[in-house]
Design a protein around this ligand. Structure first.
Ligand code: ADP
Length: 495
């Protein structure tokens, strides 16, 4: 009986391929990796375990496709991206289901929105093709000096698992629009949505322009970042790996964009002790994404006058979320991506429970029995009376653990907010707009939101300061800065 059910299970596992030079292929080594569904811990697919040989093939294909692709009129490249956007829009529901299953993100609160935002990103950059323009420099009547925006060449992009389809779109759309060709490495934990999206892109792009490789970071990722033909590296992921990528870039002096981690502060003033701010803090903390977001507002600085009453409201609302099957429309919160992350999150919760002076307000360790114990389901957890020097307040947990820290003096709150090696996002909560803007200007972060905790929209210049990253990629300026290089041509007209 056991062997029959194992065979049945094996049959239901999809065997996926990667996309190199216009063809769907396995790894040269023939090796594969399993993809697990975090909600059930079942293996749902296998993917090629790409290595250096596969990366070399993909980079070669991208290099061969580059000369023709850069000569396609930018508006025509943009039109292709818009066709991809239209085709993706028709498949939003399919993409959302794949995403929910492979990432564990709840379909209603996260996966569907992510698939829609990927469409939006493709459409946005598709419309920007005509903006790849240069300048003329007024050096005098007898000189024509102008600057062209040229593509860089083969771009190597590496993405994480937390919003894989949206992040793939954020690499594909600006890189291709600007006339580069691309080798994209999907994250080993969440490659399926990216591969499904690639099947859509394939219909509209010439061979070799987009190549999507699967595999492990230390194998496929490292080979891509070290490949001598890759002329630009664009990485989204942890600060730790970002440093490795930057070192690889330094070896060959190639430009690099890094979107890395965060430990973003939320500063709440006494006049914001109201429901809208409580809802905003929950949104900023990304509890309905299991807080697996680099912009999660995971350090909550609450004014002492409202500390207890605000936290009570926050705890009450947080406790009401329904955690469960990511594919169930009624689930608010899904599962943590994998066992390693799950254990890491549990480790932080355990540490918080044992810290002298800490107060668990809601949440705690995940249940050890019942339906939730079948997947990597963590529980939204809030510790009150935290200190900014706790490990829980300094390290990026990438899970639903929020620490609340008391403040009385505004300058002290801002000093604590800035006392971190990260600088990605920040949130300020007060109806006093002058005060909010003064605080926003004083906070060291690439992106500050006042009285809201939303995600990024295309067009916002998004990226981090300090160890949260280098470069901006979410906007027109991001595309120009990150995916083009300027060339100046100066002509003596007197000849
Ligand atoms: P996360 O913690 O979100 O998984 P990582 O930074 O570990 O973030 O991974 C992000 C991406 O970087 C993934 O696609 C992963 O495979 C890749 N990666 C991990 N290690 C390396 C490495 N040494 N070189 C290149 N890419 C890597």
């Amino acid at each position: 009986m056991a062997s029959t059910s194992t065979a049945a299970a094996a049959q239901s596992i999809r065997s996926e391929k990667m996309f190199i030079d216009g063809a769907w292929v396995g790894a040269a080594s023939g090796r594969e990796l399993p993809v697990e569904a975090p909600g059930t811990r079942e293996t749902i697919a296998s993917i090629p375990r790409g290595g250096a040989e596969d990366i070399a093939r993909a980079v070669k294909a991208a290099a061969q496709a580059f000369p023709a692709w850069r000569r396609v009129a930018p508006r025509d490249r943009g039109r292709m991206l818009q066709k991809i956007a239209d085709a993706m829009e028709e498949k939003v529901e399919d993409l959302a289901r794949i995403l929910a299953e492979e990432t564990g993100n709840a379909i209603r609160t996260q996966a569907r929105g992510e698939a829609r935002s990927a469409v939006d990103i493709m459409r946005y950059f598709g419309g920007l093709a005509s903006e790849l323009k240069g300048e003329t420099i007024p050096l005098g009547e007898h000189v024509l000096s102008y600057t062209r925006r040229e593509p860089i060449g083969v771009v190597g992009a590496i993405i994480p698992w937390n919003a894989p389809v949206a992040l793939a779109a954020l690499k594909i759309a600006p890189a291709l629009c600007a006339g580069n060709t691309l080798v994209l490495k999907a994250a080993e934990d969440a490659p399926l949505g990216v591969l499904a999206m690639t099947r859509i892109c394939e219909q509209f792009l010439p061979k070799g322009v987009l190549n999507v490789v699967t595999g492990l970071g230390e194998e496929a990722g490292a080979a891509l970042s070290a490949h001598p033909t890759v002329r630009k590296l664009s990485f989204t992921g942890s600060t730790e790996v970002g440093k490795i990528i930057m070192r690889a870039a330094a070896e060959r002096i190639v430009p690099v964009s890094l979107e890395l981690g965060g430990k973003s502060p939320s500063i709440v003033y006494p006049d914001a002790n109201e429901d809208w701010a409580v809802d905003g803090i929950i949104a900023a903390m990304r509890f309905t994404r299991q807080s697996q977001s680099c912009t999660a507002g995971s350090r909550l600085f609450l004014h002492a006058d409202i500390f207890d009453s605000f936290l009570q409201k926050l705890a009450d609302k947080t406790a009401k979320f329904k955690i469960g099957d990511p594919l169930d429309e009624t689930s608010d919160i899904g599962a943590i991506i994998n066992e390693k992350q799950f254990k890491k999150v549990c480790g932080y919760v355990e540490e918080g429970l044992n810290l002298p002076g800490s107060k668990l307000l809601v949440g705690g360790l995940p249940p050890k029995s019942g339906p939730l114990s079948k997947g990597y389901f963590a529980v939204p957890t809030i510790f009150a009376n935290a200190a900014n020097d706790w490990r829980l307040a300094r390290e990026e947990i990438f899970g639903p653990v929020l620490v609340a820290i008391r403040w009385t003096d505004e300058a002290d709150a801002i000093r604590m907010a800035n006392d971190t090696h990260y600088g990605l996002a920040a949130y300020v909560w007060t109806k006093d707009i002058g005060r909010a803007l003064r605080a926003s200007h004083a906070i060291e972060a690439g992106w500050v939101q006042v009285n809201q905790g939303l995600g990024q929209f295309p067009g916002q210049s998004y990226g981090g300061v300090k160890q949260s990253g280098i470069g901006r990629e979410h906007s027109l300026e991001g595309m120009l800065d990150s995916f083009t290089q300027r060339k100046n041509v100066t002509v003596n007209l007197a000849v």
